[in-house]
Ligand binder design. Structure first.
Ligand SMILES: *[C@@H]1O[C@H](CO)[C@@H](O)[C@H](O)[C@H]1NC(C)=O
Ligand SMILES: *[C@@H]1O[C@H](CO)[C@@H](O)[C@H](O)[C@H]1NC(C)=O
Ligand SMILES: *[C@@H]1O[C@H](CO)[C@@H](O)[C@H](O)[C@H]1NC(C)=O
Ligand SMILES: *[C@@H]1O[C@H](CO)[C@@H](O)[C@H](O)[C@H]1NC(C)=O
Ligand SMILES: *[C@@H]1O[C@H](CO)[C@@H](O)[C@H](O)[C@H]1NC(C)=O
Length: 302
């Protein structure tokens, strides 16, 4: 009898698999950042990520690094290099800084990382029925610092002390996200925007000074990520050194399919920059490919 029952239940499982539509079982990506990451998602208006648009809203690919309908790294990772279905909740917002109490953003309406984390905490952090993420099937990415440095690099005072103030605040926010059950993390460093076309129009001394500041911030960020990875139980935290990748591309642009390292435009895939301060979709695609390789080593399920 037991044998018959087990055969019958095996059949029930099999027929359920054969005859009902497969459930999607997506992975969940929660992204925090600035214009290098935003796609213009609005969690309040919806729709939420779903099978017809893994970003939910606006229509794919939404806002790009320099203009609507240009793709960025998270578009590529969600829809091109994904090895399974990923629903991406992208809280990133143009012009974001970490916290407006530390650095004033270019407009008061900008949603900072603090605001974005608050928005996450007020919506999907509690794992509502709409968004059944778990610590295992989710990843949380942070790509921030470009605007914090852009607005403060030339200020007086100790830079390293201020970097520590920024990073204390940043990782306080990361801890809040950790407390909701997040365990898989990806952190980006700050790209070399000191050699963006905007900065190439400035004196070489300014480019150099800003470059030293970016490198210093990135080194301290890398140390924080390593510390977070070691000290927090269950965390897998990846640090993506996109800064070095961009420097390689700018040093030898032709090797990567670009005409040079300073011309910019949205009308062509041959430029490194799509405007005077943003890396082009072509460079973003290299970011996505690099991160795919990092994932293969760390998050086999992604
Ligand atoms: C989302 O849309 C609402 C309603 O239009 C608006 O008030 C809010 O600022 C938007 N949020 C984001 C993140 O764009
Ligand atoms: C899924 O997303 C698409 C595109 O944004 C939207 O038109 C549709 O209403 C959404 N479906 C659900 C069930 O939310
Ligand atoms: C990658 O994402 C796209 C867009 O959501 C989806 O259609 C495709 O099935 C996904 N690829 C895999 C291997 O799951
Ligand atoms: C940076 O600050 C110095 C000293 O205040 C000033 O002379 C210089 O013009 C500033 N450079 C830029 C690019 O803002
Ligand atoms: C950009 O290209 C010029 C000309 O080849 C080169 O001198 C410069 O070092 C490059 N910039 C970077 C950041 O590699």
């Amino acid at each position: 009898m037991a044998r018959i029952l087990s055969i019958l239940s095996a059949f029930a499982v099999l027929s359920a698999e054969v005859y009902s539509a497969p459930a999607p079982h997506p992975k969940y990506w929660f992204a925090f950042g600035d214009s290098y990451t935003t796609t213009g998602f609005n969690i309040t208006t919806g729709p939420l990520p779903n099978l017809s648009n893994p970003f939910g809203n606006p229509a794919y690919p939404g806002i790009g690094p320099c203009a609507d309908n240009l793709t960025n790294w998270i578009d590529d990772l969600t829809t091109v290099y994904n090895k399974s279905l990923i629903f991406t909740y992208n809280f990133a917002y143009n012009g974001a800084v970490i916290d407006e109490s530390l650095v004033t953003p270019y407009l008061p309406t900008v949603l900072t990382i603090k605001d974005q984390v608050d928005q996450y905490l007020a919506t999907v952090a509690s794992r509502p029925e709409s968004t059944p993420w778990t610590p295992e099937n989710s990843i949380f990415s942070f790509f921030i610092g470009i605007n914090d440095i852009k607005h403060t690099w030339n200020a007086s005072g100790s830079r390293t002390a201020f970097d520590d103030v920024l990073l204390d605040d940043y990782f306080g926010l990361v801890e809040k996200v950790y407390d909701t059950g997040a365990r898989n993390f990806l952190f980006f460093d700050v790209p070399p925007v000191n050699v963006s076309p905007l900065m190439l129009a400035e004196p070489v001394a300014s480019q150099t000074t800003q470059g030293v500041i970016i490198d210093g911030f990135n080194a301290r960020l890398a140390a924080r990520v390593a510390q977070f990875d070691l000290s927090e139980k269950g965390v897998k935290a990846l640090f993506y050194n996109g800064n070095t990748r961009v420097k390689q591309i700018l040093k030898d642009p032709k090797k990567y399919g670009f005409v040079d390292n300073s011309t910019f435009g949205i009308d062509s895939s041959q430029y490194c920059w799509c405007n005077n301060y943003h890396l082009s979709p072509g460079v973003h695609s290299y970011f996505a490919q690099d991160i795919t390789e990092l994932f293969d080593l760390t998050f086999t399920s992604f």
